[in-house]
Design a protein around this ligand. Structure first.
Ligand SMILES: NC(=O)c1ccc[n+]([C@@H]2O[C@H](COP(=O)([O-])OP(=O)(O)OC[C@H]3O[C@@H](n4cnc5c(N)ncnc54)[C@H](O)[C@@H]3O)[C@@H](O)[C@H]2O)c1
Length: 719
């Protein structure tokens, strides 16, 4: 813990500028230690002759990142949370009650406790820099704003805007924050100090003094919504929308909603804050909050990693990349790279293909422009970063080339060799293959240490995960460079050893294969998918997922797996029958589901059963069995991938990859956190039971899982 005082008062005439700089830390955080210092400095200011206080941060792109989540992570009991939150609330009350006018001058991230601090101030100014992001993301961690955020935000910005900010847990850019009235003025970041002092002097001169937090609605609609009659409608709509989005799996937004509903308009501040505190504690003690905080740390972990544990490796500088293949994946990769300012050269076999790839990227930026996220000038800047060609011109200057051509080993090896001959000796080639061996493909490269896998997921612009695949000869520098490049593209890298299906597809395949058996044994497609989505919390069920991936691709990859893993992989005969019936999934609008002309998924296709020679479904199994057979198949496979084959090093990487790559429900903390919450014993017993009841050898618990069960080990305890 840093004992140095994080706060410094710098006099500017009758104004005290309170600078916040947590020395030795990259960001300003409100740990209990810092809160104590803040409390003391507020007491000192109260007793001082200053007429006004301006609060600002000395960190370049951070005002206050929020409470110290490391500390929250260590708390378990209601009493611990209660005392921490009560302490924070009373310090912010003291800030609000200062006799001086208090002005917050925000530049950079101002989240959670940081936002609650500025809400306790009288006036708020912010820089219009893109780093300025203000909001209350607590619900994303399974908690609610507890330092007065639920009570003060609606009083500052009104009910509807406050609900939008708190329930979604998203941060607002400076313009949006000003639009809803969360900040009063915007200035250029270089002018923040000077302008905030000037403005404070004006406030003092005009005798405006302290400001009450009472939102005054503007416009007829707002007046109605803020009225006694309108409020219940606003709350009921908000509740419906939360339930639709969370399916009831995330209690925090509902608790926040309840805190706002119970306290809005309450004149007794202490009572209102007590209600907020109680609801905070109810949310904070849940396993769901613990799991969401675990996921938060998984993502933080990646920010600090280089991709090569235990060794200091410097990534190579990457200014420009090449992409081979402008198809579904190539176009998406060009978009994410250029979007982050990386120059891209795309190569394909025809102008037609290149045109499609470019259009793919352009359409995505046009959508952003329509939503006013970027302007026309930014669109042009981004488009200008992408150039295209049919030959290798310009490849000498590229630092990395991502290969995204047809999934064929011989063609890929040949093209990789050709490409390497056109590039510098220290430049890297990374393949986006989803099913071929990176080690084998590296044989096509004259310097295989400069070759790795960079497995993006489809659609590239939406899916955060990239598996960085280490072939047998891939060098540490190559891994570190691709790992770093992935992060710069705004994606989440997980380093994975080469092996069939790498990590995510290896775990997903048995899960999808199991769904095919459930169908074969009489379950309805919609009942199974609904169970996974509504009860378990997956973004889509296994049948919808198979349609997305393509039923031909699923069948092909299952065969590859069977070849690699043998008896363990059983393939339901319905897979072949689906193909024989011309069902490929979304790509030909004919799969387990029906699709409209725009490609939107509709209801399940009732003619599937007949095509597969199945009688009408009898739904012989309980939901529990349907879910356990699928999810436990993934856990079973993972015990082999992690404990035996060491495809990844830690359970953390599995959980991160499954959440980011498949949308595995974050509130469960990830596949292996979920497995640990049930215990290896239970999972192994259930698999044994299903294996014998359904005469399915594939469901037998694998040796590493049985070992864990016998020795009462958990996945996480192993590390
Ligand atoms: N589509 C997915 O869901 C997905 C997901 C992850 C990984 N991948 C992998 O990404 C790769 C590309 O898949 P896709 O879906 O984008 O395929 P795609 O068919 O949409 O695009 C492939 C493109 O590569 C071009 N091409 C073929 N040979 C070429 C060559 N010698 N030089 C330059 N361009 C060439 C084709 O003209 C085509 O435009 C494959 O290895 C695939 O396994 C696909």
């Amino acid at each position: 813990m840093n004992e140095q005082n994080a706060f410094k008062v710098v006099p500017h005439g009758e104004i005290a500028v309170l600078e916040f700089d947590l020395v030795g830390e990259k960001v300003n955080k409100l740990s209990s230690h810092v809160m104590k210092q803040l409390s003391k400095v507020i007491d000192d200011l109260k007793a001082s002759p200053y007429k006004a206080v301006v609060i600002l941060s000395k960190k370049p792109k951070i005002f206050i990142a929020g409470a110290d989540i490391e500390e929250i992570k260590t708390m378990t009991t209601k009493e611990q949370f209660e005392s921490a939150v009560e302490g924070g609330q009373s310090i912010f009350n003291k800030l609000e009650d200062l006799p001086q006018v208090v002005v917050a001058a925000v530049n950079g991230a101002c989240a959670g406790g940081g936002c609650e601090l500025i809400l306790a101030c009288d006036y708020r100014m912010a820089s219009d820099d893109s780093s300025t992001r203000i909001g209350l993301p607590e619900t994303q961690l399974g908690i609610i704003p507890g330092f007065g955020g639920c009570v003060r935000l609606p009083r500052v910005v009104g009910l509807q805007a406050a609900l939008d900010v708190i329930l979604a847990g998203k941060l607002l850019n400076a313009k949006k924050a000003q639009k809803i009235g969360l900040v009063d003025r915007l200035v250029h970041q270089n002018q923040l100090l000077a302008e905030s002092i000037k403005w404070t002097q004006e406030i003092l001169k005009e005798g405006k003094g302290k400001r009450k937090k009472t939102f005054k609605p503007k416009g007829a609609v707002n007046v109605v919504l803020e009225s006694a009659l309108g409020r219940p409608v606003v709350f009921s709509k908000a509740r419906q929308s939360v339930m639709k989005q969370t399916r009831g799996h995330y209690p925090a937004p509902l608790k926040a909603l309840s805190a706002i509903q119970k306290t809005y308009g309450m004149s007794d501040r202490e009572r209102a804050l007590r209600i907020e505190r109680e609801l905070f504690c109810e949310a904070a003690v849940t396993d769901i909050s613990k799991n969401l905080i675990h996921v938060f740390f998984l993502t933080e972990m990646v920010k600090k990693q280089s991709g090569v544990p235990g060794v200091a490796v410097k990534p190579q500088e990457v200014k420009s990349i090449g992409i081979l293949g402008a198809g579904t994946m190539g176009g998406g990769i060009a978009y994410v790279a250029a979007d982050k300012g990386i120059s891209v050269r795309m190569k394909d076999l025809s102008w037609d293909a290149l045109g499609k790839g470019l259009k793919h990227a352009q359409d995505l930026w046009m959508k952003l422009m329509k939503k006013k996220v970027i302007d026309r000038y930014q669109l042009k800047q981004k488009m200008d970063l992408v150039s295209v060609g049919l030959d290798y011109s310009g490849f000498k200057s590229l630092d990395v080339v991502v290969e995204a051509i047809v999934e064929d080993m011989a063609i890929k090896q040949k093209v990789i060799g050709e490409t390497a001959a056109q590039m510098r000796n220290d430049a890297i080639i990374a393949t986006n293959t989803s099913s071929l061996s990176v080690t084998e493909m590296a044989q096509g490269h004259p310097r295989p240490e400069y070759f790795a896998g960079m497995h993006f997921f489809n659609p590239v612009n939406k899916m955060p995960l990239v598996e960085v695949i280490r072939g047998e000869k891939t060098s540490d520098t190559t891994i570190a460079t691709i790992f770093d490049l992935t992060k710069r593209m705004g994606k989440m890298p997980v380093v994975v050893k080469d092996g069939p299906g790498f990590l995510v597809n290896r775990l997903l395949l048995p899960y999808m294969a199991e769904a095919a058996f459930l169908l074969q044994e009489g379950m309805s497609i919609d009942i199974v998918d609904k169970a996974y989505v509504e009860s378990f919390g997956m973004p889509m069920g296994p049948f919808a997922l198979m349609d997305e991936v393509g039923l031909d691709v699923c069948a092909k990859v299952l065969k590859i797996f069977k070849k690699s893993f043998g008896e363990r992989i059983e393939i339901s005969p319905i897979m072949e029958k689906l193909l024989a019936a011309g069902r490929l999934g979304r790509k030909n609008s004919k799969g387990f589901y029906l699709y409209d002309a725009t490609g939107k998924r509709l209801e399940t296709d009732s003619t599937v059963y007949e095509d597969l020679g199945l009688s009408s479904p009898t739904d012989p199994y309980e939901e529990k069995e349907c879910l356990e057979r699928g999810v436990f198949s993934m856990i079973n496979e993972c015990s082999l991938a992690l404990n035996q084959d060491r495809i990844v090093e830690t359970p953390h990487e599995v959980d991160l990859a499954m959440i980011m790559g498949t949308g595995f429900p974050p509130f469960r903390g990830g596949l292996l956190k979920y497995a640990d919450s049930l215990g290896a014993n239970y999972i192994a017993d259930q698999l044994e039971l299903y294996s014998s009841q359904r005469k399915a050898a594939r469901l037998k618990p694998a040796a590493p899982l049985r070992d864990m069960a016998k020795n009462e080990k958990t996945f996480y305890a192993k590390t």
